[in-house]
Write a protein that binds this ligand. Structure first.
Ligand SMILES: Cc1cc2nc3c(=O)[nH]c(=O)nc-3n(C[C@H](O)[C@H](O)[C@H](O)COP(=O)(O)OP(=O)(O)OC[C@H]3O[C@@H](n4cnc5c(N)ncnc54)[C@H](O)[C@@H]3O)c2cc1C
Length: 391
């Protein structure tokens, strides 16, 4: 097996014009400064609340880098652009933390539209939804804590179950795998129960419903293995979407505030180790596990390729996908796709105001760590320099 050279930025950015790269450079350079991101986040939040005319600025910068558009139709060009390079799209209606029933229903309906769009469409290998787009955080938390629900809450939770079932059923009928994203740890237990019930119902022949495992959480490998055992006991396939996890600061803050143990691994190394052990586990059980490795980490990508090779798993095996986010880690996506691995990218879309929490997380993820430039900034800069040197 020939290792892929991920520093090949020519392949990584072959779809990008010089203008695209300069715009990305400017953006990553700006969000490289943590203080600027913190100030910018507060400013944007206030400006949107006051209805100041900043939507166009956001659309031309953060939104353009990380989102496909405001609607499915708007995202069509991105879907086609990615598919020209054999990269699939995961249409992600990026609305989360909704608070009332009509918003939950609207998110549900929109997610159904993404499933219809994906049906029989080779360019869209997965669908996805965020639990807090279709269920209230307070309710999920109460269920996770095992507290008694009022009559009204019981009825609301029934509607949540119906929304989960409606989405997974539609995905099953479309023969289209669907991811259930993971958010904060304190209401994940309720989500796990809902997702496992869906796996039992819809994963009889193939992994249709995928649960998300945030490997930055302590004991997550055990939970992954228990999930797989549960699927085995019920004679169904297991869908595992692995991520490291995107809410580390929030988790630490809440744990400190309420005085319980921080659920996040003590070090980055511990998270890396757990992520890689999870990859090993999934590959070892490839016959009954569908895996989506959702990461921008090169070492994990190398490890997964090595494991596929070791277990004789073909690159095109639909049970193994590499996935990244739009606007990030093109050096992985484009190089892996060129080497014939299955690759997909989340293409978030939605009204600008609604996708802001997602965009803030991306800005934060791309600020500098210990004064170093972020990975994306270095890659874009490297490619701009390479192009200049060629002229
Ligand atoms: C397709 C896709 C889907 C995603 N879906 C979800 C989702 O459903 N839920 C979700 O939470 N995130 C999701 N993410 C976001 C994902 O969690 C982050 O992009 C990811 O954590 C970045 O890490 P990495 O694997 O790219 O590797 P790296 O950049 O090597 O790792 C960074 C990550 O390591 C962990 N980490 C960093 N420092 C420490 C520390 N001191 N101690 C412990 N751990 C540490 C954190 O998770 C941090 O984000 C998704 C990402 C992709 C690509």
């Amino acid at each position: 097996m020939k290792p892929i050279n991920f520093s090949n930025t020519a392949t990584a950015f072959e779809a990008k014009t010089d203008g695209d790269l300069r715009r990305s450079y400017l953006l990553f350079k700006t969000i490289n400064y943590p203080t600027l991101v913190k100030l910018g986040t507060s400013f944007i939040n206030v400006a949107l609340k006051l209805r100041l005319p900043i939507k166009n600025i956001i659309k031309a910068t953060l939104f353009k880098q990380f989102c496909g558009g405001e609607s499915i139709e708007d995202s069509q060009k991105t879907i086609e652009d990615l598919y020209r390079f054999k990269i699939g799209t995961i249409l992600d209606y990026s609305v989360e933390g909704e608070s009332n029933e009509s918003d939950f229903d609207a998110t549900y309906e929109e997610t159904l539209r993404t499933i219809t769009k994906a049906r029989g469409n080779k360019a869209i290998p997965f669908c996805v939804f965020k639990p807090t787009g279709v269920a209230s955080i307070e309710l999920l938390t109460k269920v996770s804590e095992g507290k008694a629900l009022t009559e009204e809450e019981t009825a609301a939770f029934e509607r949540v179950k119906q929304r989960f079932d409606g989405l997974c059923k539609a995905a099953h009928e479309a023969g289209q795998p669907i991811f259930v994203d993971a958010e904060d740890s304190w209401y994940q237990d309720a989500i796990d129960d809902l997702v496992y019930a869906m796996m039992v119902k819809y994963n009889q022949d193939q992994p249709i419903v995928y649960n998300t495992f945030q490997m930055y959480r302590k004991y997550m490998l055990d939970r992954l293995m228990k999930g797989h055992q549960f699927a085995q006991e019920h004679g169904v396939q297991f869908g595992a979407k692995l991520v490291r996890g995107a809410y580390m600061e929030k988790e630490a803050e809440r744990a400190a505030e309420l005085g319980y143990e921080n659920p996040i691994n003590p070090t980055k190394e511990a998270t890396d180790q757990m992520y890689d052990d999870a990859l090993r586990y999934c590959m070892e059980h490839n016959a009954t596990v569908g895996l989506a490795s959702c990461s921008h980490n090169e070492d994990s990508a190398h490890l997964l390729m090595e494991l596929m090779n070791r277990y004789g798993i073909a690159k095109g095996n639909k049970r193994v996908f590499f996935a990244q986010l739009l606007g990030m880690s093109d050096h992985l996506s484009y190089n892996l796709a060129r080497a014939d691995y299955n690759v997909a990218k989340y293409v978030p879309y939605g009204p600008v105001e609604k996708v802001m929490p997602y965009l803030f997380r991306r800005a934060e993820e791309n600020t500098s760590v210990a004064g170093q430039s972020s990975r994306e900034l270095m890659l874009v800069n490297q490619e701009l320099k390479r192009r200049r040197a060629q002229r």
